[in-house]
Design a protein around this ligand. Structure first.
Ligand SMILES: NC(=O)c1ccc[n+]([C@@H]2O[C@H](COP(=O)([O-])OP(=O)(O)OC[C@H]3O[C@@H](n4cnc5c(N)ncnc54)[C@H](OP(=O)(O)O)[C@@H]3O)[C@@H](O)[C@H]2O)c1
Length: 250
């Protein structure tokens, strides 16, 4: 099998996984964080779980990228920098901001996340640094410029919202977050994450990037809906008009 055929196969597998994930998560809420519950096998500390789960995205991506023929070219390097800016933070900064009281995560969740991230890192790194073609002029293409700007905006929303939630958590448990995008949606951190990967898909203009953006939506939309359901059940005063993830829409 040629590598181009393998790449197409992985893209199709990720799209298939997105459909399966979306449908499953509408019925079964992933059992970590506030939705943690017994019956999912051995568990691992939240910090270790996040590092284990996300390491393939940070380290695996970097290793595969470094093997590609285009690894030293400007545009692939710029796309790599966007990816790594997100994943170095997610793998090596975010877990250390989690409060000590964070609930443990089922090992199965960390393992499933890590497996997905291996396939996703391979698919995107290989495309950017070898199978795809990105001349330096791509950096001035409106798709790259708009995509990179969306990525930066999404990252800022995501990190800021995560920071606010982590502060609440450290200050004494769960509470209704207020202010900014929190007044519009239950999970602005997920909204930011989604904007980031839509931006990345635009900047890379690849099926690999689009498949990952689709998977992110399939994963985070049902979880944001579950979060909003949880807020409504926990807090009688939770504002009814807040959407789950996309302001004014969803
Ligand atoms: N690309 C993807 O497919 C994907 C998938 C999953 C996550 N992520 C990203 O990973 C990050 C973390 O995800 P997550 O699912 O853990 O997000 P989350 O459920 O919003 O929780 C984020 C952190 O804030 C705490 N928290 C949330 N709401 C709170 C509230 N109302 N009061 C007090 N504390 C609160 C949580 O504590 P507890 O954990 O103890 O509840 C957790 O420590 C996010 O940036 C997300 O976008 C990406």
């Amino acid at each position: 099998m040629s590598e181009a055929a393998l790449q197409r196969g992985v893209v199709c597998a990720i799209v298939g996984a997105a459909v399966l994930t979306f449908v499953s998560l509408l019925f079964i809420v992933a059992p970590y964080g506030r939705h943690a519950r017994p019956g999912w096998g051995p568990t691992i500390g939240a910090r270790a779980g996040w590092i284990l789960m996300e390491s393939p995205s940070a380290l695996g991506f970097a290793a595969i990228f470094a093997l590609g023929r285009h690894r030293a070219e400007l545009a692939p390097l710029a796309l790599c920098a966007l990816w790594e800016a997100h994943y170095v933070h997610r793998t090596f900064v975010f877990p250390f901001r989690l409060p000590a009281t964070s609930r443990r995560m089922p090992l199965a969740i960390a393992a499933m996340g890590a497996s997905f991230n291996c396939a996703n890192a391979y698919m995107n790194a290989r495309w950017i640094s070898d199978l795809g073609t990105y001349p330096a002029a791509w950096l001035a293409d409106p798709r790259f410029v708009l995509g990179a700007a969306l990525f930066g905006l999404g990252a800022a929303i995501n990190v800021r919202a995560d920071g606010a939630l982590l502060r609440l958590r450290r200050e004494g448990g769960y509470a209704i977050p207020r202010g900014g995008l929190f007044d519009l949606v239950a999970s602005p951190n997920y909204f930011g994450e989604l904007v980031e990967w839509i931006g990345f898909a635009l900047a890379a203009w690849s099926l690999a990037g689009a498949a990952f953006a689709l998977y992110t939506a399939a994963n985070l939309v049902p979880r944001a809906i579950a979060h909003r359901r949880w807020y409504r059940a926990q807090f009688a005063e939770y504002p009814r008009e807040r959407r789950a993830i996309v302001p004014f829409l969803l």
